[in-house]
Ligand binder design. Structure first.
Ligand code: HEC
Length: 239
């Protein structure tokens, strides 16, 4: 939304400048110049004004809150849905919500404004893992945030909301939501299995893998110890 509004403001400024050009042309001393430049500048102003009006109406139509109520859904999680959800997350969401585009987990991104070259303010796409606040929202609230850009408290998103997400099919939205809701760490389960198979359990009925976090504590402490030792050794070498 923000990008489109900025574009619209620039277009408005250009239209106003063109309008000023008409006024200046009309006051030109030499009739030949006056009568050739004025209609051209007038036409340009007309076209620009038309574009400003049409785009303005479009922006208002596209981004005003739709006022749709939160519709609670309970989405049955299946392995296929999670695979597709993960794909959507990588392709459509990770470019902003992850530090490395295409990579998961989406624990928060770089400054989106800096990426698009807007030199004021900082906007980072939030953490979408359980560490973020989406965990506090219901499935229905989460789906409405993604599709309509309306937060549970009714506030509007400014940057993320876009037509791409507004036209999500219900099925794809469910899949994406399912992935965020239930499996934000699911990928880590698959990756973790390679290193610590004992910390991953599999539900035989659904085939879904879960991380047993309590099993992780000892290996984590051990790896911190190993890392610290390595850092100390490197420090000693530098000295
Ligand atoms: C263009 C960058 C961009 C893309 C792509 C993007 N987001 Fe976002 N997202 C943001 C930003 C920035 C915010 C902060 C709110 C705002 O836009 O003002 C946000 C907020 C959110 C929030 C609210 C989280 C919170 O804690 O407030 C959710 C949920 C979310 N995004 C999900 C998604 C999903 C799912 C996708 C992919 C389908 C996606 N986003 C794609 C930039 C992006």
């Amino acid at each position: 939304m923000l990008g489109n509004i900025i574009f619209w403001v620039i277009l408005l400024a250009v239209a106003v400048a063109a309008g000023y050009g008409v006024w200046r042309a009309w006051h030109l001393k030499r009739p030949a110049l006056k009568w050739s430049v004025t209609p051209l500048a007038g036409l340009l102003t007309l076209v620009l004004t038309l574009a400003v009006v049409l785009i303005g109406v479009g922006i208002v139509k596209a981004y005003t809150p739709r006022g749709n109520p939160v519709v609670e859904r309970s989405v049955a999680s299946t392995p296929e849905r999670l695979v597709r959800g993960e794909h959507i997350a990588r392709v459509l969401c990770s470019s902003c919500h992850s530090l490395v585009s295409g990579e998961l987990p989406m624990s928060g991104g770089e400054d989106v404004l800096a990426e698009v070259g807007i030199p004021f303010g900082v906007a980072t796409a939030p953490n979408l893992t359980p560490g973020g606040r989406i965990d506090e929202w219901s499935d229905g609230e989460l789906l409405r945030v993604i599709r309509e850009g309306t937060y549970p408290n009714g506030h509007l998103m400014t940057i993320m909301s876009s037509q791409t997400f507004r036209v999500f099919s219900q099925e794809d939205l469910d899949k994406g939501g399912d992935f965020l809701e239930r499996d934000h760490l699911g990928l880590i389960a698959q990756e973790l299995e390679v290193l610590f198979p004992e910390a991953v359990t599999e539900d035989e009925a659904t085939g879904l893998k879960y991380v047993a976090y309590d099993m992780m504590i000892v290996p984590l402490v051990e790896s911190i110890k190993a890392l610290t030792a390595e850092i100390e050794e490197l420090k000693a070498r530098i000295r």
